[in-house]
Design a protein around this ligand. Structure first.
Ligand code: IMP
Length: 441
């Protein structure tokens, strides 16, 4: 079985949701392996609109099992709200949703610390989603975190909570001058949440191992993206998890030897939410035009996304770090009305042209993009069924991008609907999922 990982290649919001939605009917299991309710996507099925943050959208397919892996940090109140919304609309969770015992819990002091820390950072703030994801990963690495399994052990949970609240209250009071927490105010509701979630909490790594041995096909659904990875992203302007393909193994407990392919998702341009360097950012009215055409507003926070040109350095880097074999390119149609389209091929820094992603924060901040310009196609690409349906100049754009990033496109998306997707001729995707092309016709 292919057991493919889908990862974002830029700063998130590349349209992974649509790609995963297309691939889900081809697999048996979908696994989230990192991040928390900082992620978010909206899925429209018929007239129903679902907004999901922690639960894979695979849950909307009755024959697909969904796993929230050990690498995820889970906010019980938020996930229960998602679950209740799904149940109300007739979605079956029992037997289809599995939560890792090892996943860490986001507790109310985590969002409080997240927001207090951001306020204190001033101009150096990260622009987090404020969901407490970073502080929950801090506790995990500091070995004081509370895991889903701990929630089910009242005495252990109380002990850990008391210890944590004592520490966090000092931080909140003395460093941040922020309100503090009382143990009982958290303990009681969280014990109730534990009761609610108990039937879903299990050893998901063991389950996945059994399923893979039985021949089930697993899709690993990345959240956020390569440039937000805690190790490989634009540190410190990153999220706190391993968003890259390696994270699929550690964040699920499935060994790398069982994973057989990596698919990257990239937008035909670039966006970023929050702070941090963004060399190809469009300044001025063009950025606003692209934001409007691409509806570039965050699904979790509603914040306007910063928009920029396609950055081939970023993509080449993502291909290398993740081992990406093929890329699904999304939102080509958003560029349909641009008279000129730019591609960043390098960064100018102190007289040199860099062709590899620099690690230093200051270098990236000062880097000037070197652009190649091609004239726009100025006609609609929406609904093209095969590559030959695309305007010649759009095909030229795609060919140049493929040449620069070094791997072929497997899909090109030209609109939000499933049918607005081209599965390319040379697509490795059809080797992994032979029925995917016909599923879109
Ligand atoms: P955090 O993950 O809330 O700590 O935020 C850290 C950085 O990651 C901020 O710049 C966020 O805007 C960004 N971020 C987190 N989740 C997403 C996402 O799902 N899409 C895009 N950016 C995200």
């Amino acid at each position: 079985m292919p057991n493919i990982v889908v990862v974002g290649t830029q700063w998130g919001d590349e349209g992974k949701g649509k790609v995963v939605d297309i691939l889900t009917p081809q697999v048996d299991v979908v696994v989230r392996f990192q991040g928390g309710n900082n992620a978010g996507h909206t899925v429209v099925v018929g007239r129903e609109k679902y907004v999901l943050h922690s639960i894979p959208s695979g849950i909307l397919h009755p024959n697909v099992r969904c796993v929230i892996g050990c690498g995820v940090v889970l906010d019980p109140a938020s996930v229960i709200e998602e679950m209740e919304g799904l149940v109300r609309r007739g979605v079956t969770l029992d037997g289809n949703l599995f939560i890792s015992k090892n996943a860490h819990v986001i507790l109310p002091y985590h969002p409080a610390l997240d927001r207090a820390s951001e306020a204190k950072l001033g101009a150096r703030r990260i622009g987090t989603t404020g969901k407490g994801v970073g502080p929950a990963y801090v506790d995990k690495a500091a070995r004081v975190g509370i895991r889903m399994a701990d929630l089910l052990d009242e005495k252990l949970f109380r002990d850990k909570l008391e210890w944590n609240i004592a520490q966090k209250n000092r931080l909140l009071r003395e460093i941040y001058d922020a309100p503090t927490f009382a143990v009982e105010d958290i303990l009681n509701p969280y014990l109730r949440y534990a009761g609610w979630l108990a039937p879903y909490i299990t050893d998901t790594s063991l389950l996945l191992s059994k399923w893979i041995d039985a021949g089930y096909d697993v899709l690993f659904e990345g959240a956020q993206a390569t440039m937000l990875d805690v190790d490989h992203g634009t540190y410190p302007y990153i999220t706190s998890s391993s968003t890259t393909a390696g994270g699929a193994a550690t964040g699920s407990g499935v060994p790398p030897t069982k994973i057989n392919g990596i698919l990257g998702v990239a937008k035909a341009y670039t966006t970023r939410v929050g702070g941090g360097p963004f060399p190809t950012e469009m300044k001025g009215p063009l950025g606003e035009t692209i934001r409007q055409r691409g509806n570039e507003y965050g699904a979790t926070t509603g914040r306007p996304r910063r928009c920029g040109w396609f950055d081939a350095l970023v993509l080449r880097y993502a291909v290398r770090i993740n081992g990406i074999e093929t890329v699904a390119l999304t939102k080509l149609d958003v560029l349909d009305q641009c008279d000129t389209v730019k591609i960043c091929t390098g960064y100018r820094y102190k007289g040199d042209v860099l062709t590899e992603m620099p690690a230093e924060e200051t270098v990236l901040q000062q880097a000037e993009p070197v652009y190649e310009e091609i004239s726009g196609w100025m006609s609609s690409t929406t609904g093209a069924k095969i590559e030959a349906d695309l305007p010649a100049k759009a095909r030229q754009y795609l060919a140049r991008l493929e040449e620069l990033i070094g791997v072929p496109f497997c899909m090109v998306s030209t609109g939000p609907q499933r049918a607005e997707t081209i599965v390319t001729e040379s697509s490795p995707l059809t080797r992994w999922y032979p029925a995917v092309r016909s599923s879109l016709l």
